[in-house]
Write a new protein. Sequence first.
Lengths: 117, 118
Amino acid sequence: QKEVEQDPGPLSVPEGAIVSLNCTYSNSAFQYFMWYRQYSRKGPELLMYTYSSGNKEDGRFTAQVDKSSKYISLFIRDSQPSDSATYLCAMSAKREEGGSTLGRLYFGRGTQLTVWP
Amino acid sequence: GAGVSQSPRYKVAKRGQDVALRCDPISGHVSLFWYQQALGQGPEFLTYFQNEAQLDKSGLPSDRFFAERPEGSVSTLKIQRTQQEDSAVYLCASSLAHVSTVNNQPQHFGDGTRLSIL
């Protein structure tokens, strides 16, 4: 079992819909949580970055982290065709003293989203 | 440039050949990471540099993979005696963070090198 699980979809919604994407994880040491957007043949682009539990909002995007359930979500409001991409969750642990977790990101496999006009 | 630059964008090689992939991080970024992304999967960590020091190479899949960053800026990922299973997109990311804060600073990715081994 991978440390980060993410449903690959595909997910197809009409323009204007609210999109919910989520990931679960098994490592309780994860403290930093990210969502990246990846267009075809492009690199991942950072969308949201949160620390520990709670909510963070940025425009049409809201990220939620529930550490007690080891569950993170990304909501997209008023979705647009330009939001069509693969969405990757990623997370990292706090640095352990002398450990080898320096900056390493653990990714889900990505959810492919299509927003149709 | 403004972002992480990787070259070449596409590389086709025959099985058994050696390849070298280049990464130019964002200017001033001291942390540099390499990831491997197989088709339909998320990126998998390969190795991490702080300036010229390779602090973590635990993700390199075999001793055929070698990475360097001799002057603390440009990095090269080299794969010797390539195999078909090496076919993937190789992503480079950089971060402004020093080692003490590298776990809590965002990483910025290049567009990757798509490697195909025939």
